[in-house]
Design a protein around this ligand. Sequence first.
Ligand code: ZN
Length: 246
Amino acid sequence: MRLMIFSDIHGNLEALQEVCKDSSTRNVHRSIFLGDLVGYGPYPNECIELVRNLKNCRCLAGNHDVATLWETSPYGMSKAAKEAILWTMDQLSPENKAYLSSLPDRLDLGEMTFVHANPYNPKGWRYVMDRKYALRSFAATRSRIVFIGHSHRPLIISKNHWLKVSIETIVGDIKSAVNDSRRRIINCGSVGQPRDDDPRACYLIYDTRKQTIHFHRVGYDVQKTVQAIQNANLPPVLGRRIVKGT
Ligand code: ZN
């Protein structure tokens, strides 16, 4: 099976459309979206509707998704994030709010676990980027591979039997073999707001038969999204971030 895994669209329709176009040429059988359909970006309803209508796609909730429902307070977020959440609350249709509220926070499939932030406390939203939180995450599941998003930085964390952890930052289009016995936490990066200094949208395809993870980077019309952010009167810093990929 070829499984597409993507995360953190954040209302960026141009980026999402290009990712869908790219993945449609790569023989994907199923896809799993790891959360944050909305927040930051100017097209929350359109992004929800596009993902809802994808065939064979399962979706999880992210912290921005639940913040638009007041399940968590947006007032704990950065200023720009909070302003975008308050704006998104006003934009969302009742159907799309109901859809966001229906999303689960964790999915287990065979030897894989999927969460937005981490598997030990999915709605605590702590980032997993170092050894300490990686070990806590491995302890929370028996799965061989845990797929995460949330930090917007593509990453592979591997652990051998002796609690030795190695962390590999992913740069560009990279294919990585996962055919040994090590357990892994894999961050698929972000579609709509990458933060690894590469503004191109990021997603991955896991080939379960060949045991390979392929990260794909996809360019899109960033200026079009910047213009839409301006037209919506969203904080201008959100446009600057997607231009730089930070
Ligand atoms: Zn996010």
